[in-house]
Every structure is written in structure tokens, then in C-alpha cells.
Design a protein around this ligand. Structure first.
Ligand code: 13P
Ligand code: SF4
Length: 304
């Protein structure tokens, strides 16, 4: 079977079995082509609440499927590939958050969406990379306990100088690999290019960027910019999508091998299998459904 034939079968089955496919922008082009929505973590959460389909397949990582389930308790949510986790989400658990809260009384506990649903039970608000600055500015308290990504946290801190932050030392193993030397070398090779980076990168790397933003933010910026060349500091699929959508522009990945292998375990065949009924059905304990939804609802309410 060719890729095109498999995509046609998926499109047909999606309608027949009443499925909606949500794909994170780090998925390959062949998956994005058959998805009902492609975007960043915030967009996936908001679009999970908008679909009328009875069944949702998440072509992304586990915390994204769990978020979709929390927002759609009456729908069947499937994770296309059970192996798709996010190492950052496993860096902190609920007990550690509770301990940090005890050590930092009076702080509002804010967690990045890249956390397990059990961890989210212990926090006040969830944020994503595209919504963090707006949400934290909208929080009345000026003391913020930010978990788990201290690199994203440091970038938010720069944008919100009026707030006082406490961080946990977590981070994304993919984005933390980008070095200042690689950025310098890439800029020297492409002097007319703008450097666009994800806020999960290390602070000195983000400080070298012309634009810092979420996966969708980076794509929007590059599409709308009058510039013709861009150095991209996020997962390599973003370069692939941008090159596909903007054939008149040039995109360079800042460092070789900038791949999230967790995102990349999901294949088009996994999506087909999920729509055929053999994906992993996400189930969460009743207390998690109740308690982890509150900070996500708060995110959507404060994020607009
Ligand atoms: P976005 O919110 O930009 O999609 O980021 C999610 C993620 O996991 C990036 O590594
Ligand atoms: Fe997690 Fe990093 Fe992969 Fe995003 S890129 S899913 S934060 S490991």
C-alpha cells in the first residue's frame, strides 16, 4: 500500500467510525495531512473541546492524550502509539509538587502542560509555551512556583518582571541540546537568516533569538515575515512543514539531530490502527478526572 492509499483509507474510516484526529506539529507531514487539527499544545487542548466526533485520536505524546480526555470525559480518547511519552513529564510527580508547595507557602503553583495528569492534581494553573506569559500576567498573585521546565520558566520570568518566581530544575532533553556555539555557527553560515527558537531551549540560546515562541508561534512568525531565510531552533518537523508551506523561503535546522524521538514513534499506520479500534484507550481515575481538570479549565479561562 502506498502512503496516499493509507491516507485515503484513514480519511474514509474517520468518517465511518466518527473519529477526529488531533496531531501535534512535531508529527510528520503524512500524519498532519490527514489530521482534523494540527498545532501546538494549547491549540490541541482548545480544539479537543470543539470537536463533535465521539472518538478522538491523539497523534502526539501521552500528556496530550490525557489532557484531551480530561476535557472530554464522555468521549473515547485514544493515544495512537502507547510508547509516545514525554521525558519532561516524567521528571516531576504530585508528591514533589506538594513538597515544593509546603516549602514555598503563598505561591501560586503553575505547571507546564508537559506533566502527567496526576501531577496536575496538585497545581493551581496549567500553562503552555504559547499561553504562559499571558496567563501568568493574568494571575493576581505575584509569587509563582513554576514547574517543571526551568528554561521555559526563565524566559517567562524575563517577560513578566513584575512577578517573583521559584523554579524546579526540569527541562526538555531535546531542546536543551541546542548550544550557543551551534547558533553562532549557523548565524555565520546564514547571515541574513532570522533565528526562531522554542522557549524550552537554554536561556543563553533563547537570548540569541529574533523570536521565541511555541511551535505554532514559530510557524506563524516565519510565514508572515518578509524575511526569506530562517534558522529554526525546535524539532526538525517544523523545518519540514515550513519548507512545504513556504517553498520560496529557506529554513535551516540549528543543530543536527534535533529530533524528539518520543513524538516520532507515532506512524501513519498507528493512526490507522487507532481509528480501526486498536489504539490505547485513555482512562483516568475519577479523582484525577475531577482534580486535574480544574487547572486546565483555569488555563483556558485565563488564556482566552
Ligand atoms: P508546544 O506547546 O509549542 O507545542 O510545545 C510542546 C512541546 O512538547 C515542545 O517540545
Ligand atoms: Fe517532551 Fe521535549 Fe519531546 Fe516536547 S520535544 S514532547 S518537551 S521531550
Amino acid at each position: 500500500m502506498t502512503t496516499r492509499e493509507l491516507q485515503d483509507k484513514i480519511l474514509e474510516l474517520k468518517k465511518k467510525n466518527d473519529f477526529c484526529v488531533l496531531a501535534h506539529a512535531y508529527q510528520g507531514q503524512e500524519i498532519c495531512d490527514i489530521a482534523d487539527f494540527v498545532g501546538d499544545s494549547y491549540g490541541l487542548s482548545v480544539n479537543a473541546t470543539k470537536t463533535s466526533a465521539k472518538n478522538i485520536v491523539m497523534a502526539g505524546v501521552r500528556f496530550m492524550a490525557e489532557t484531551a480526555k480530561l476535557l472530554n470525559p464522555d468521549k473515547n480518547v485514544y493515544l495512537a502509539n502507547s510508547m509516545a511519552g514525554c521525558p519532561m513529564a516524567d521528571q516531576i510527580d504530585k508528591e514533589t509538587v506538594e513538597k515544593l508547595k509546603e516549602e514555598n507557602p503563598g505561591y501560586t503553583a503553575v505547571c507546564y502542560i508537559n506533566t502527567t495528569s496526576d501531577t496536575k492534581r496538585a497545581v493551581d494553573v496549567v500553562v503552555t509555551s504559547s499561553s504562559a506569559v499571558k496567563i501568568i500576567k493574568n494571575i493576581k498573585n505575584d509569587k509563582i512556583l513554576f514547574i517543571p521546565d526551568c528554561n521555559l520558566g526563565r524566559w517567562v520570568e524575563k517577560e513578566c518582571p513584575e512577578k517573583k518566581f521559584v523554579f524546579f530544575k526540569g527541562g526538555c532533553p531535546t531542546h536543551m541540546r541546542i548550544t550557543e556555539e551551534e547558533v553562532k555557527a549557523c548565524k555565520a553560515a546564514h547571515p541574513d537568516a532570522e533565528f526562531l527558537v522554542h522557549p524550552e531551549a537554554l536561556p543563553p540560546v533563547s537570548a540569541m533569538a529574533d523570536y521565541v515562541g511555541s511551535t505554532t508561534g514559530i510557524m506563524k512568525y516565519a510565514k508572515e515575515s518578509p524575511k526569506k531565510e530562517f534558522i529554526i531552533g525546535t524539532e526538525q518537523s517544523i523545518v519540514e512543514h515550513l519548507q512545504y508551506e513556504c517553498p520560496d523561503k529557506k529554513f535551516y535546522l540549528v543543530s543536527k539531530g534535533l529530533v524528539c524521538h518520543n513524538m516520532k514513534v507515532t506512524t501513519l499506520m498507528d493512526v490507522y490502527n487507532a481509528i480501526s479500534g486498536s489504539g490505547e484507550l485513555i482512562t483516568l481515575p475519577p479523582e484525577t478526572m475531577l482534580e486535574a481538570k480544574k487547572p486546565i479549565d483555569e488555563m483556558i479561562s485565563l488564556g482566552g
